[in-house]
Design a protein. Structure first.
Length: 229
């Protein structure tokens, strides 16, 4: 029943972002806004997903990073399709044409116009420092390459990355406020965020690294570091 309810919400949000929604009243209000903490958590979960994907793929096939500029291809990670691109800066990962290309190396990540650093600590923890100096701390991945939480600033988010096509990309729970976010990402790069199983937001991770979101009326805004641009 929970999966069916989420599916109904996701379909409605996708129609809104692509301009196919009707003008009738609905049972939820997309005009409600995501908080700065919500936005920062969403951005962090996408950054961590790309970093973990690059780590798993490059460890599994060293040839992906063997030669700069050796071409691009497609691969699946957690049953999701990614476009991969070898470059001098690292392994590029993208979900959908026109979506953000994250280029990941051993100690850095470039997302659009933003340059992040990646530091692996002695205990296995990973710290991603973003372009504005804010940090995302990730515990050492387990044997399957998964993590159970991420820390964004002072907020700890419990995370569950989906491994089946019908599951969200990631489920987040803010351990401070209790807010739950389900984030789905289609193969075309479209994002759908469901907050507390009731409020639905749609958007995409834009090419320049901004998080582009739309309300139910089609009004769009761009965010970075949890704040509107």
């Amino acid at each position: 029943m929970k999966k069916f309810f989420l599916l109904a919400l996701l379909v409605s949000a996708m129609m809104t972002f692509t301009g196919c929604a009707g003008n009738g009243s609905g049972s939820f209000d997309n005009a409600a806004t995501l908080s700065s903490d919500d936005m920062a958590g969403i951005e962090a979960s996408l950054l961590v997903d790309r970093m973990l994907a690059a780590t798993v793929i490059s460890d599994g096939d060293a040839n992906l990073l063997a030669a700069a500029g050796s071409g691009d291809g497609m691969f699946r990670y957690r049953n999701r399709q990614y476009r991969s691109l070898n470059s001098e800066a690292g392994l590029g990962l993208q979900r959908g044409t026109g979506a953000c290309m994250a280029i990941v190396s051993a100690n850095s990540m470039t997302v659009g116009i933003e340059q992040c650093s990646i530091e692996k600590l002695a205990g296995g923890e990973i710290v991603i420092t973003r372009g504005n100096g804010s940090a995302i701390t990730v515990p050492a991945p387990d044997a399957t390459g998964d993590v159970s939480n991420i820390t964004v600033g002072e907020i700890i988010w419990e995370v569950t990355y989906g491994s089946l096509p019908e599951e969200p990309l990631v489920e987040l729970r803010n351990t401070r406020s209790g807010v739950k976010l389900n984030i789905s990402e289609n193969d075309d790069g479209t994002l759908t965020i469901v907050r507390d199983l009731s409020e639905v937001f749609s958007g995409r991770w834009a090419e320049n690294g901004d998080l582009e979101m739309a309300d139910r009326h089609g009004k769009r805004a761009r965010y970075r570091y949890g704040k509107a641009n």
